[in-house]
Write a protein that binds this ligand. Structure first.
Ligand SMILES: [Zn+2]
Length: 589
């Protein structure tokens, strides 16, 4: 099933990305275009990997960890040449049939789709008598493993990647990976597929054989108590690999269990996840009262980091939207044919207009209004007032306030391409970043727990860190800067210069991505799309993980209460180690 989420469609399956390498998470922005200011990469490369290491946008199904370990293990059991070509020839038929098997699964817990679905779905729909293991289910040589899972499986210590310097010509499972592979094998050991078909790559595998395989080995079957790989995988995720990463995973998984527990009875999708982690609340609907999420003491620091992650998303959204608007504004003035003098670009900023969003949101502007010549301090005070902003880091941040980051994003229809380029858009985007600034205004917030503050500092100079922005903004406001001064500063330094730098850096690899650039005092525009959007928050990956590892129901659905194990995770933050990995100090097969 697909996950209902209008604001950011979560990645239901990874097949749309089959032609790009695994590190492409940073390039993949659902609705987000190409990261023209380099801000999305701060989130995908710096912030999210610290919050949720190993469980990323493209590695959402935990059972793939055991399936791929099994495939490698079966390869090494056989007398096959230890070459990449031989491994590929072994690997592809196994993944192909596995994807078909998962596609045929009709289990009650089945959600999402296996890798390769885009091509396999039509084959499955034809209901043939048998399936060709050599069907070209995806382009990438080493399929979902090569694209998405290999590096994270290595980081958790289940595989070692080929390294000729170590005398390892192809990837192999570690002793820990062997334990996991054995558990997957025992789940499917009795199937006709494993007994008679796994080596036969030149014959059609009968439909019934593949279906039976799916009944035992599907991604969703790990929820069954009989799935021996589940406790092992849970153990691996909670305790294996780099200890800092393992600790971060435990903390985020505990945090997710707490969130699942507090929101049971109402569905959570990515948009509501953002509201829950940032505001501690979601909207009520006709069917559901609005969920709330109040971090307990034990998850408070993790919750704080996720909240600051979301602050970075709003911060990015503000600057990206200013960039999109400028691009659109220039093209509407034929700036691609006749470059526009910078003086005109800056003059246009003085038309910034707050009345439109204020009227639509039914809120009053300050007496005397807000315009380009108003002191920025007035905008800051207004945002603080209409946003009911307390300036504290761990308070409830009011979702029901007259204006919020979330309502500004919705008013902007951020991520859609339909909005135009008027001065009211600039006003809304500037208000959005002002909200973030107002929340984090007090310098002493950084000292509350410095280790939690990294989402604010990440980005630094090159990628526009929030911290750096705040320091500069406080100083400018202290000197009496006006709204127009700040809007021009951000337009020149954060939008135009930043876009020029990022596009210049991309020339060698991605090609020409300029949407505008300065030429002798003028701004020349280029007639190309200017898409923006938030990064995937990894909500879909974490929600799918919690569900398929058997800790909670599916968060997208009303009923998603915790299992006994999930409750143990929530209350203690860990599960007892299985002991199965005690042998796994060595990393060679
Ligand atoms: Zn299934």
């Amino acid at each position: 099933m697909t996950s209902p989420d209008q604001v950011d469609a979560p990645l239901d399956s990874a097949e749309v990305l089959t032609a790009v390498p695994y590190w492409t998470e940073r390039m993949y922005k659902p609705g987000g275009g190409q990261d023209h200011l380099g801000l999305g990469s701060v989130v995908t490369d710096r912030i999210l990997p610290r919050l949720s290491p190993g469980i990323n946008v493209l590695t959402i199904h935990p059972r793939y960890w055991s399936f791929y370990a099994f495939v490698l293990s079966e390869f090494w059991k056989r007398d096959l040449p230890r070459t990449k070509a031989a491994l590929r020839d072994w690997y592809r038929p196994l993944e192909c049939i596995y994807s078909v098997a998962c596609s045929l699964c009709t289990g009650p817990d089945h959600r999402g789709s296996p890798i390769g679905t885009r091509r396999i779905a039509s084959k499955v729909a034809e209901a043939p008598e048998g399936f060709d293991p050599r069907f070209d289910y995806m382009d990438s040589t080493m399929g979902g493993y090569g694209l998405y899972y290999a590096t994270v499986m290595q980081s958790i210590g289940l595989v070692v990647l080929a390294d000729p310097r170590l005398g390892l010509p192809v990837d192999a499972v570690t002793p820990a990976g062997q334990v996991v592979a054995d558990a997957f094998r025992s789940a499917i050991a009795g199937t006709e597929y494993y007994l008679n078909w796994i080596d036969r790559h030149d014959e059609l595998v009968p439909h019934a054989v593949v279906a039976e395989y799916g009944d035992h080995g599907c991604l969703c079957n790990m929820r069954q108590d009989t799935a021996g790989d589940r406790p092992l995988l849970a153990d691996a995720f909670l305790h294996q690999g780099n200890p800092t990463d393992a600790k971060a995973r435990r903390e985020t998984l505990r945090f997710m269990c707490e969130l699942a527990s507090q929101t049971k009875g109402a569905p959570v999708n990515q948009a509501s996840f953002r509201r829950l982690i940032y505001f501690g609340a979601d909207y009520a609907t006709d069917q559901h009262t609005g969920s709330t999420f109040v971090p307990t003491e034990s998850v408070n620091r993790t919750a704080r980091k996720w909240r600051l992650y979301q602050a970075r998303e709003y911060f990015n959204a503000s600057i990206n939207e200013m960039w999109r608007r400028l691009s659109c504004w220039g093209l509407q003035r034929d700036g691609d044919l006749f470059p526009i003098p910078m003086s005109e670009v800056l003059e246009s900023i003085d038309e910034i207009d707050f009345s439109s969003i204020a009227a639509d949101m039914e809120i009053d502007l300050p007496i005397g209004g807000l315009s380009s010549s108003s002191p920025f301090e007035e905008l800051l005070a207004w945002a603080t007032s209409v946003g009911e902003i307390t300036g504290q880091l761990d308070d409830r941040w009011e979702l029901d306030a007259p204006l919020t980051e979330d309502s500004i994003i919705q008013w902007l229809e951020y991520g859609s391409t339909s909005k135009d380029s008027g001065p009211e858009i600039l006003a809304a985007a500037l208000t959005l970043i002002t909200f973030v600034a107002a929340r984090l205004w007090a310098p002493e917030l950084a000292l509350l727990e410095p280790a939690d503050w990294f989402p604010v500092t990440e980005g630094g100079r090159d990628r526009l860190g929030i911290e750096r922005f705040l320091i500069e903004l406080r100083s400018r406001v202290g000197e009496g800067a006006t709204v127009g001064d700040i809007a021009k500063w951000l337009t020149i330094d954060y939008v135009i210069s930043q876009h020029e730098q990022v596009s210049t850096a991309k020339l060698a690899t991605t090609g020409d991505t300029f949407r505008f650039r300065r030429e002798a005092g003028r701004l020349r525009f280029f007639d190309k799309d200017a898409r923006v959007g938030m990064n995937d928050s990894r909500f879909n990956a974490l929600a799918t993980f919690l569900f398929e590892i058997g800790w909670s129901g599916y968060l997208y659905e009303d009923e998603h209460s915790l299992s006994e194990e999930g409750e143990l995770m929530r209350s203690t933050g860990d599960l007892p180690p299985t002991g199965a990995f005690d042998l796994s100090e060595s990393t060679t097969p």
